[in-house]
Design a protein. Structure first.
Lengths: 978, 395
C-alpha cells in the first residue's frame, strides 16, 4: 500500500518506520501552564477561588432582572418580506478578477449568505471561497462610512461640487484626465465610461489588472488578428495539459473549469474513460494536486519544454520546427499522447509570456483543438488589463495629465512600480479614488468617493460573449456611500440613478438581440429574476495564422522565483476578510501569513528548516516553509499579503511580494524572476499551520486507484472495505430509524480541495474566527476541514484532498461518554449537539476518532481579544439568525445543517407533500464547484445517496472501529498511463 | 294522598322547570345561531361600510346584491386583492375610486358570505335600531360579568405565586426561634423551637426551590405596553381573527407583530375606543406621522438557543393559539399564561397527536404506519416522530 503523510516530519518518521511510536501531539497547548496544572491537580487556593466564584456567580445570576426585550414591527411591511423567512435574489459577484453568478440569501432585508446560482451557464451553481466570503466584506467595519477629502470626512454635495468644477476647468483647458480601472465586464458601465469620456473630452481610460493576461491577448492578436481570450470546454476534451496554469484554483475562470473538470472525471454512470490531466508546474497548486500526472518544472524550463513538444508534434505532422534548446524533462510520451488525442486536447499555460502563449497556440493549432475544445468565437471578457498601464499613466502625468480617477484599482500596493507611481501622483492636481476602503492608493488621493459594496449596487456583466449576468442590490447602502456609476452620472450632470440607466441600456442594446420575450418588461424581469440571460448570437470563428516561435530566455541569478495567488486571498483585495485569512491554504495548510516556500532538497542544501527567517533579496524578511513538490532551485511566495492600509485584520500580515513581479518585453509575469535568500541566523517566526491538527495516525483514510485497475475491478483500492465489513460484528442491535436517515457522500474523485465548503459552512453556521495565536494552539473552529495528504516521494509527492466533518456515526463513540447526555443520537441518524446542555468536559472530543469536534476555549463573540467580525455591531449582521452563536466552554461540531433540514421538512409539511430527494442541500454541498458532495435520505432506496452507497467504490473512514458513520467516501481514481 | 299530591306537584314543577330551561336553551341557541348568520358576520364589515348610510371608507352597501352578481361578490369579499391583481375591471375601478385602500381578505366560507349578503339585502334600519336599543343593556352586562368580577384562573394562580410575605414571616419566625433558643430562652419547652425552625425552614426551602425553578422564566409576565392595546376589545368583543393581525403565523416561525399600516386598515375609521377613548388610538397616527414604528414589549420570550416555529404549530399541527397563549380574548393587557419551560413543551409533545394521516409528509414514516394499521399503536404523538429530540429545537 502507498504511504500517505501530512508533513515532512511525518514523512521522515515513516521512512524510519517509527510512526507507531510517535506520541500524538496534545490537542491543546500546554504553554504557560504550571506543572500542577498539567497534571490536573488543584490545591486549596484553587478550591477557595472556585467556591468564591460559584457563590458570587450564583448571587449575581439570581439577582439579575430579565432584560426587557422589544418587538418592533415594520411601520409599513414590505410585501415581499415575511419576517423569519429568507428571500433569495439572483446577482453577480465580480471584483475585477473573479466572476460568479450567485443567489443572495437575505433575512429581514439583510444579506447573510451567498449561494451558487444554478441557472448560470458559467458557474452552474458553484462558487469559490472568495465569493462565499464576499458577504462579510459588506459588513467590514474598515469600509469608508462617508466621502473623504484629504482624509477628512465630508459630504457628497460639496465633494461633487469641487470635483465637477475641477473637471470642467481641466476640460476647458483641454488637459488630460486619466481614468484608471480594473477590467470592466459590465457593458452598461463601459458605455457609461465612454459617455463620460465624451463629456470631458480628454479622458483616457486605461485598464490595469494586478495579475494580468496581456500576453494571451497579444498572442491571439498575432495568431488570429484579434486581441481576446478564447473559451475552453474541458467536457469535450480527453486530455488537458496545463503549464503553470492553476485553472482549478485561481486562473481565468476556475469555478467554470472545476464544474467541467469534475463532470468529466466523476465515473459514476458506467463511463469507461475519463478526462486525463497532466500538469507541469513550478510550485504546488491544487490543480497540480488534482492532476493524474504532475511534473515539477523550473519556471525557466517551461518555454523550452513547450517548444520541444511543439517540435515533436510538428515533426510528426510535417510542419516547420523551430530551434529549441534541450530539456531535461522527458516529454516525448506526453507529446505522443497529445498526438493521440488530436482535436480532443487542451494545452494551456498560465504564464504571462508572449513566447510561451504563442507556442501554446501553435500546439493547439497543430492538434486541431480550435473549435473542438477551444473556441475563438466565444470569448472571455476578463483580464483586459494593459501590462504597461502604470508606466503609461506615469508617462502621461509627466507630459501634463492633471487628473487621475482610480476605479477598483490599488496600484500603489499591487504594482511593482507602486513606489514610482505614488511619487508621480504627487504632481497630479486632481487625485480621486472610488475605492470603498481607505486603501494604499486611496490614502494618497485628495478625494475618496467610496463605492457601494457589490451587494448594494445595480450592475450587469458580460463574462463571456453573449452571456449576460445581472446584479441587483439586496440591501440599502449601510454607510454613506454611492455606487461608482452613480458618481460618474452625477459628474456628467445627469440624474444619478444608475438603475434607470442600466434598464435603458438593456432595452436598447440587449433586448433587441433576443427573440424569446415579446415585451422588454418581461425580458428584464426574467433576467433580473434569473440573474442571467443568454443570447444566441452568431460569431465567426477565426482562422489561425502561424507565428515565428522561440523559447523565452531568462537570466537566472540565484534561485528561480514563482509568485502565486492563494485561493482565498487572491491578489489581496479582500485581505481584511478574517474568514479568508483563516482559511487554510489547500496545499501548505497555513493560515494568516505568507512565507517562502522552498523544496525539501533546497532546504537541505541551504540548511534551512521550517520557520527559519530568511531575507529575500535583502528587501524584506519572511519565514521558511518547506514545501514538497517544488521544482528544483525554485522558490514560491504568495502575493496578496503585506497590506498596510487594508484594515485591522490584514495590516502587517506577511510581506508584499508584488515588487518581485518579473517584467520583460512589456509583460508582467508572476514567474521568471530570480531571487536570493539568505538565512538570518537565530531568528525564527512561528507559522500557524493546520496540517497536523486533528491527525488520524496514518491509517487507511484516503483510498485511490488507477483507471485501468478500476475498469478491471471497480472495488480496486477499496479492498479494505470488504475486509472490514466482514469483521463488523457486534453484540448491540443496529440502530433502527423511522422516517428519515440522513447520509452524506463525498466523491474524492471530484473534490479538488478548494476550500469553498469551509467558508460556506463558516458563513452558514456562524463559525468563529479565532486568530493566528489560537490556530497555532490547534483550536481552529472550522466544522469542515479539508485534509491534505501527500503520498510517496517527498520531492514530488501526489496530493489527495479529503473533506472531513462530523460523520454522524450510528454507533458514535462520542455519545456514550458524555456525562450530561448533551450529544445524543436522533431518530433521523444525526449526532446531535445541545450546546445549552454541554458542560465542556471534552470527553466527546477525546473519544471522537475523526477529530471533528471543536471546543470554545474562549468567548469568541463580543471579546476584544478576538477583534474580528463578531466583535463589532456591523460585522455581527452577517450572522445567521437560525443558528445560535456558541459561548465559551461548549463543544460544537457539524450538524449536517440541521436548520436547513428542518426548514425544508417544514416546507413539505406546509405544502402537504412528501420531501423530495435533493431538496435539502447542506451549505457545503450547495455551492461546491465540483459537485463532490451528495446529501439525502438513506432509508428511501431510490434517492441519489442510496444509489451512491451501493457503488463498490464506497467506504467509510475507520470502518474497522464499527462506528457506522453516515458519511461515506468514494475512492479517488487517477487516469495514469500504465 | 298527601304524599302523592306532593310528588306530583314536584314532578310537575320539575317538568315545568325542565321545559322552561329547555325552551330558554333552545331559544338561546336559535338566537345565537341566527346572530351568527348575518349580523355577527357583518360586524367586521361595519368598520368601513354602511347600509344606506352613505360612503365611508368603502362604498354604501345598500342594494349591492342587485348591482353585482353573487359569485362576484363572494369572490370579492373573500379576497379583493386577488381580483385586482387578476385585473377584474370592476374591482380595479372600485379600488381606484376608494383611494387604493385595499379591503382586507376575509376567511369566510361561501355559505357565510351568502349569509352576510342575505343580511344586507333584508337590512331594515328601523328594526335594527329598535333591536340595538333593546340589546344594549344585555350586551353590556351579560358577557362582562365574569371577566370583571371573577378573576380568570391564570390570574388567581399568578397572585398565589406572591410568596414574599410568607417568606419574610418564615424568616422572622426562624430568627425569633433561634434567638429564643440561644439567647432569651423565654419558652422553656425546646420542642416548640424545633418545630418552628423545622416548619419555617421547610417553607423557605420550598419557596426557594419553586423560585429557582422559575429563574429566567417569565410566567405571568405582563409588562406595560406603549399603547394600551386590549386583546379583550379586539378579539373578545370585535371577534377579529388572530391571523388578521398576526399575519405570518402560518408562514413563518414568527407569528408577526402587525405593522402600523395594518392597524390603519381599521383605525382609519375607528378613531375612538370604548374604554380608552381617543388618546391611545392617536398613538398609531403619531407613529405614522413621525415614521417611527411602535416599540412593543415582547411578552413571550424564549431563550436564544431555542428555535420555535409558529408555522409548524399553527399551520401543520393545527393548534389553536389559545393552547399556548391562554384565553387572550379576556385579557386587557396581554399576560404570559404558561411558563414556556422545556418541561411544558415536552409534556405537550408527548400528549399531542400529529396530523399523521392527513399530512402527506408523514408518508415516509412507513414503520409507524404499519404499526398503526396493525393496531400496535392507537395514535402517533409528536414524540413518536422525533419531536422531543434535542435538535428539533436547539441548533
Amino acid at each position: 500500500m502507498k504511504k500517505y503523510w501530512r508533513s515532512i516530519e511525518e514523512y521522515q518518521a515513516i521512512q524510519k518506520q517509527d510512526i507507531e511510536k510517535k506520541e500524538p501531539e496534545p490537542e491543546f497547548s500546554i504553554e504557560g501552564m504550571s506543572d500542577e496544572e498539567i497534571k490536573g491537580k488543584s490545591n486549596r487556593r484553587d478550591f477557595l477561588k472556585m467556591l468564591g466564584f460559584t457563590i458570587g456567580y450564583a448571587t449575581i445570576a439570581a439577582s439579575c432582572e430579565t432584560p426587557v426585550r422589544k418587538a418592533i414591527p415594520y411601520l409599513n411591511q414590505p410585501e415581499e418580506i415575511t419576517p423569519g423567512v429568507a428571500n433569495y435574489y439572483a446577482s453577480t459577484f465580480y471584483d475585477g478578477h473573479d466572476y460568479c453568478s450567485i443567489l443572495v440569501k437575505t433575512r429581514e432585508g439583510r444579506p447573510i449568505k451567498i449561494e451558487g446560482n444554478e441557472l448560470s451557464s458559467i458557474s452552474k451553481g458553484g462558487t469559490n471561497a472568495k465569493t462565499q466570503a464576499s458577504v462579510l466584506n459588506l459588513y467590514d467595519n474598515a469600509r469608508l462610512k462617508s466621502p473623504r477629502k484629504n482624509g477628512e470626512k465630508t459630504d457628497w454635495a460639496s465633494i461633487d461640487k469641487e470635483i465637477i468644477a475641477e473637471l470642467e476647468k481641466l476640460s476647458a483647458e483641454s488637459k488630460e484626465i486619466i481614468l484608471l480601472s480594473s477590467t470592466v465586464i459590465s457593458p452598461s458601465t463601459r458605455q457609461l465610461i465612454s459617455e463620460f469620456s465624451k463629456k470631458y473630452k480628454n479622458v483616457s481610460w486605461i485598464t490595469y489588472d494586478a495579475v494580468s493576461m496581456a500576453a494571451t491577448h497579444q498572442a491571439n492578436k498575432i495568431n488570429f488578428g484579434e486581441s481576446f481570450i478564447p473559451t475552453y470546454n474541458l467536457k469535450n476534451a480527453k486530455l488537458v495539459m496545463g503549464f503553470n496554469a492553476d485553472f482549478l484554483g485561481t486562473w481565468l475562470s476556475p469555478v467554470e473549469f472545476t464544474k467541467q473538470y469534475s463532470a468529466a472525471r466523476k465515473l459514476l454512470n458506467g463511463e469507461t474513460s475519463m478526462l486525463r490531466h497532466v500538469q507541469f508546474e513550478s510550485t504546488y497548486t491544487l490543480t497540480g494536486g488534482a492532476a493524474d500526472d504532475r511534473i515539477p518544472i523550473k519556471p525557466s524550463e517551461e518555454g523550452i519544454l513547450l517548444l520541444n513538444i511543439y517540435n515533436y508534434i510538428a515533426a510528426k505532422t510535417g510542419t516547420t520546427t523551430y530551434n529549441a534548446p534541450n530539456t531535461s524533462v522527458d516529454y516525448k510520451a506526453y507529446a505522443e499522447e497529445l498526438l493521440e488525442n488530436k482535436g480532443k486536447a487542451i494545452v494551456f499555460s498560465g504564464t504571462n509570456d508572449l513566447n510561451i502563449q504563442l507556442i501554446c497556440n501553435g500546439i493547439n493549432a497543430l492538434l486541431n483543438n480550435y473549435e473542438n475544445t477551444i473556441y475563438t468565437a466565444k470569448r472571455y471578457n476578463f483580464k483586459q488589463g494593459d501590462d504597461q498601464a502604470i508606466e503609461k499613466v506615469i508617462a502621461k502625468i509627466k507630459s501634463g495629465a492633471a487628473a487621475v480617477v482610480h476605479y477598483n484599482v490599488n496600484p500603489v500596493y499591487d504594482s511593482p512600480k507602486g513606489a514610482a507611481y505614488k511619487e508621480a501622483l504627487d504632481k497630479v492636481g486632481l487625485k480621486v479614488s472610488l475605492s470603498d476602503t481607505m486603501d494604499e492608493t486611496a490614502s494618497v488621493c485628495t478625494y475618496v468617493c467610496p463605492d457601494h459594496n457589490y451587494l448594494e449596487s445595480w450592475n450587469d456583466a458580460e463574462p463571456q460573449t453573449g452571456i449576460y449576468s445581472t446584479q441587483q442590490p439586496t440591501i440599502k447602502n449601510i454607510f454613506d456611500t454611492r455606487q461608482v456609476q452613480d458618481t460618474l452620472l452625477k459628474w456628467m450632470g445627469k440624474d444619478p440613478v444608475f438603475s434607470d440607466y442600466l434598464e435603458t441600456y438593456w432595452e436598447k442594446n440587449i433586448y433587441p438581440k433576443q427573440s424569446t420575450f415579446t415585451t422588454f418588461k418581461s425580458f428584464w424581469n426574467q433576467s433580473i429574476h434569473d440573474g442571467t440571460a443568454v443570447l444566441e448570437t452568431k460569431f465567426k470563428s477565426l482562422k489561425f495564422k502561424p507565428a515565428n516561435l522561440k523559447a523565452p530566455e531568462y537570466n537566472i541569478n540565484g534561485a528561480e522565483l514563482v509568485l502565486y495567488e492563494k485561493i482565498g486571498l487572491g491578489n489581496g483585495k479582500y485581505a481584511n476578510n478574517p474568514w479568508l485569512q483563516e482559511l487554510p491554504d489547500p496545499i501548505t495548510m497555513s493560515t494568516w501569513d505568507n512565507y517562502v516556500c522552498v523544496s525539501v532538497a533546497f532546504a537541505k542544501a541551504n540548511s534551512l528548516s521550517q520557520e527559519d527567517v530568511v531575507s529575500v533579496n535583502g528587501k524584506f524578511e519572511l519565514p521558511v516553509l518547506i514545501q514538497p513538490g517544488l521544482a528544483k532551485n525554485t522558490i514560491a511566495i504568495a502575493i496578496g499579503y503585506g497590506r498596510t492600509r487594508a484594515g485591522k485584520v490584514a495590516n502587517k500580515l506577511g510581506q508584499n511580494a508584488f515588487g518581485l513581479i518579473y517584467e520583460k518585453d512589456g509583460f508582467k509575469s508572476l514567474l521568471g524572476n530570480s531571487i536570493k535568500i539568505s538565512k538570518i541566523e537565530g531568528k525564527t517566526y512561528p507559522l500557524a499551520l493546520t496540517q497536523e491538527h486533528h491527525t488520524m495516525e496514518g491509517r487507511s483514510l484516503v483510498r485511490e486507484t488507477t483507471l485501468d485497475k478500476f475498469l478491471k475491478n471497480p472495488a480496486s483500492g477499496n479492498e479494505q472495505h470488504a475486509i472490514d465489513q466482514a469483521k463488523n460484528t457486534t453484540l448491540y442491535t443496529k440502530p433502527k430509524f423511522t422516517g428519515f436517515q440522513w447520509g452524506m457522500n463525498i466523491n474524492l474523485n471530484a473534490c479538488i480541495g478548494c476550500g469553498n465548503c469551509v467558508i460556506s459552512c463558516q458563513a452558514e453556521n456562524n463559525v468563529a474566527v479565532i486568530g493566528k495565536e489560537q490556530v497555532k494552539n490547534r483550536r481552529i473552529m472550522h466544522w469542515i476541514r479539508v485534509d491534505r495528504y501527500y503520498s510517496e516521494d517527498e520531492e514530488n509527492p501526489e496530493i489527495l484532498h479529503q473533506p472531513v466533518m462530523c460523520m454522524h456515526c450510528d454507533n458514535a463513540p462520542c455519545e456514550n461518554v458524555c456525562p450530561v447526555a448533551a450529544t445524543p443520537h436522533s431518530g433521523e441518524g444525526l449526532n446531535e449537539m445541545a450546546y445549552n446542555r454541554c458542560i465542556g468536559t471534552r470527553y466527546c472530543m477525546n473519544n471522537c476518532p475523526y477529530r471533528v469536534r471543536r471546543f470554545n476555549w474562549f468567548e469568541y463573540a463580543n471579546n476584544k481579544d478576538f477583534d474580528y467580525n463578531m466583535n463589532n455591531e456591523v460585522g455581527k449582521l452577517v450572522l445567521n439568525p437560525d443558528v445560535v452563536v456558541r459561548s465559551r466552554g461548549v463543544v460544537e461540531k457539524c450538524s449536517s445543517c440541521i436548520q436547513r433540514i428542518q426548514e425544508k421538512k417544514l416546507d413539505a409539511k406546509k405544502e402537504n407533500r412528501q420531501l423530495r430527494d435533493g431538496e435539502i442541500k447542506t451549505a457545503c454541498q450547495q455551492s461546491c464547484p465540483a459537485d463532490a458532495i451528495v446529501f439525502g435520505d438513506l432509508l428511501t432506496p431510490d434517492t441519489e445517496i442510496s444509489k451512491l452507497n451501493k457503488n463498490p467504490r464506497v467506504y467509510n473512514l475507520l470502518e474497522h472501529l464499527h462506528t457506522l458513520p453516515s458519511t461515506s467516501y468514494l475512492t479517488k481514481i487517477r487516469n495514469k498511463k500504465s | 294522598m298527601n304524599c302523592n299530591y306532593r310528588t306530583i306537584k314536584i314532578r310537575a314543577l320539575r317538568l315545568f322547570v325542565f321545559i322552561f330551561i329547555l325552551t330558554l336553551f333552545l331559544n338561546n341557541r336559535l338566537h345565537a345561531q341566527e346572530a351568527k348568520s348575518g349580523k355577527d358576520l357583518y360586524t367586521v364589515c361595519k368598520a368601513c361600510h354602511t347600509i344606506g348610510g352613505g360612503k365611508l371608507i368603502g362604498p354604501d352597501l345598500k342594494g349591492v346584491t342587485e348591482r353585482r352578481d353573487e359569485a362576484w361578490l363572494i369572490k370579492f369579499i373573500q379576497n379583493s386583492q386577488e381580483m385586482i391583481k387578476a385585473g377584474d375591471t370592476i374591482a380595479v375601478r372600485l379600488f381606484k375610486e376608494y383611494n387604493n385602500i385595499p379591503m382586507p381578505p376575509n376567511n369566510y366560507t361561501d355559505e357565510q358570505v351568502k349569509l352576510v349578503l342575505e343580511y344586507i339585502k333584508n337590512y331594515d334600519p328601523e328594526a335594527e335600531k329598535a333591536a340595538a336599543a333593546a340589546e344594549v343593556p344585555q350586551t353590556v352586562t351579560e358577557p362582562e360579568i365574569p371577566s370583571y368580577e371573577l378573576k380568570p384562573a391564570y390570574m388567581k394562580k399568578a397572585e398565589a405565586r406572591d410568596y414574599q410575605a410568607i417568606f419574610i414571616i418564615s424568616l422572622i419566625l426562624l430568627l425569633v426561634a433561634v434567638g429564643d433558643l440561644v439567647l432569651t430562652r423565654l419558652i422553656k419547652a425546646k420542642f416548640v423551637h424545633i418545630i418552628v425552625i423545622f416548619i419555617s425552614v421547610f417553607i423557605m426551602g420550598e419557596i426557594i426551590i419553586v423560585e429557582a425553578q422559575g429563574l429566567g422564566r417569565q410566567q405571568y409576565y405582563s409588562p406595560d405596553q406603549p399603547i394600551a392595546f386590549s386583546h379583550k376589545v379586539h378579539v373578545g368583543q370585535n371577534k377579529i381573527d388572530c391571523k388578521y393581525c398576526h399575519t405570518t403565523a402560518e408562514k413563518s416561525m414568527h407569528a408577526g407583530i402587525p405593522s402600523t399600516q395594518l392597524c390603519m386598515n381599521c383605525h382609519n375609521v375607528v378613531k375612538e375606543g370604548k374604554t380608552t377613548g381617543k388618546d391611545e388610538i392617536a398613538k398609531i397616527y403619531k407613529s405614522l406621522e413621525t415614521n417611527k414604528p411602535i416599540e412593543w414589549v415582547k411578552v413571550h420570550n424564549l431563550p436564544d438557543h431555542v428555535f420555535f416555529s409558529h408555522a409548524q404549530h399553527v399551520k401543520v399541527g393545527k393548534l389553536d393559539c389559545k393552547e399556548c397563549h391562554g384565553p387572550v380574548e379576556t385579557m386587557d393587557r396581554i399576560i404570559q399564561v404558561e411558563d414556556l419551560s422545556m418541561g411544558w413543551c415536552i409534556n405537550c409533545h408527548r400528549n399531542t397527536e400529529v396530523q399523521f394521516e392527513a399530512n402527506k409528509f408523514y408518508k415516509n414514516y412507513t414503520k409507524l404506519h404499519e404499526e398503526l394499521n396493525k393496531g400496535k399503536r392507537s395514535r402517533i404523538t409528536v414524540d413518536n416522530v422525533g419531536g422531543n429530540e434535542c435538535q428539533k429545537c436547539h441548533y
